[in-house]
Write a protein that binds this ligand. Structure first.
Ligand code: NAI
Ligand code: MG
Length: 348
């Protein structure tokens, strides 16, 4: 069967790492029909919009989409995010954002005395509402009395589905779920979230669960990462905690994510966690690990576990032996690392 995959490199280093992700998927020998999309900042300057008008129908006509990153210094970030990545996540209702956090062999962590056996977590981030619901407004612009209001939106349905999914993942891993909120200071949405966690726990007797305040959790991730298995968090908290997690697992270039709608046939969006990294774009030194790892998640989600495992094994092998990019202690370029992973996959 041919897999129809949309390729959305986006901006900056997104284009550089997505090229390597594609190369690695091709090396599996799977039959893939790629659709190249030119969406992003350059298109915005040329046409006035980040994406083509029929973007939703186009994406829905594919099995999956691989995204690099969106964002360019020449376009305000709230425009690039709200005209591409956030509408895609919301309109396709890709409500679960999965971010595995594992220290790959040979990759240095900034945490002293920690090795791969201490760092193996899965973050499940709510991806459709919460603090990024887009509800709010501004009045009296430019005046001293100006007001900006940003409203978080938590629905019982939205919280229940992501919490339940996190419990299922925990049940299939080490059986431990940590839920992060800030329900002491924020009394409504996060309290609803906590209540849903406690109620859902009754359906998962094999999973132990705990509720932790997000600030304490941030400290615990640094001091005691081995105490964490699956973490479920709101849109904002998941966003922040997974940048910290990325640093723990070796840096932004190493972190992968899947945006999916479990239980539906909506195509998932698979992307490295990092942004377009304007500070290093065009230099050929971006780490492709996060993008390649995202294809591991994609192939598994597409029902290709064997190909997924081959890419994962190749990632581990190349991280262990090199070549590696500078951010993880090597001196190789993006393409060299991509070629090494692809060669490993092809030989496996
Ligand atoms: P960033 O993730 O692009 O960069 C943060 C730091 O990590 C930089 O020092 C960068 O050099 C480094 N880095 C990122 N990717 C790397 C890689 N593959 N290899 C090695 N080092 C890497 O975040 P930043 O600088 O806050 O944002 C830059 C732009 O990206 C902004 O326009 C922002 O809005 C956008 N952005 C887009 C995201 C997306 O498309 N999902 C996510 C985060 C940011
Ligand atoms: Mg982020």
């Amino acid at each position: 069967m041919t897999l129809k995959i949309a390729l959305l490199p986006g901006d900056g280093v997104g284009t550089e790492v997505v090229a390597e992700a594609r190369k690695v998927v091709d090396a599996t020998g799977l039959d893939v029909a790629w659709t190249d999309l030119d969406w992003g900042a350059e298109r915005w300057h040329r046409t006035g919009s980040m994406m083509q008008d029929d973007w939703e129908a186009l994406l829905r006509d594919h099995d999956a989409c691989i995204l690099g990153a969106c964002g360019h210094p020449s376009v305000a970030d709230h425009i690039s995010l709200w005209e591409m990545i956030l509408p895609i996540r919301q309109r396709l209702d890709l409500w679960a954002n999965l971010r595995p956090v594992r220290l790959l062999p040979g990759v240095p962590t900034p945490l002293a005395g920690r090795t791969a056996e201490h760092i193996d977590m899965l973050f499940v981030r709510e991806n459709s509402e919460g603090e990024y619901a887009g509800v709010g407004g501004r009045v009296h612009r430019g005046h001293p009395g100006e007001v900006g209001i940003e409203t978080s939106v938590f629905t019982r349905m939205g919280v229940e589905r992501v919490v339940r999914h996190a419990f299922e993942r925990a049940r299939d891993r080490r059986g431990q779920l940590t839920s992060a909120t800030k329900s002491n200071a924020s009394r409504y949405g996060y309290v609803l979230w906590d209540e849903v966690v406690d109620a859902t726990a009754e359906d998962f007797p094999s999973v132990t669960h705990e509720r932790v305040l997000v600030d304490a959790l941030a400290a615990r991730m640094v001091r005691n990462p081995e105490s964490l298995d699956v973490v479920v968090a709101s849109n904002l908290f998941g966003d922040i905690l997974t940048d910290l997690a990325a640093a723990i697992q070796g840096g932004m270039g190493t972190a992968a994510s899947a945006n999916i709608a479990p239980g539906t046939d909506t195509p998932g969006l698979f992307e490295p966690v990092h942004g377009s990294a304007p500070d290093i774009m065009g230099k050929g030194i971006a780490n492709p690990i996060g993008a390649v790892w995202s294809t591991v998640l994609m192939l598994e989600h597409l029902g290709e576990p064997e190909s997924s495992a081959r890419v994962a094994a190749a990632l581990d092998a190349v991280c262990a032996s090199g070549p590696r990019t500078a951010d993880v202690g090597g001196s190789a370029g993006t393409v060299e690392v991509g070629n090494a992973i692809a060669a490993h996959v092809a030989a496996s």
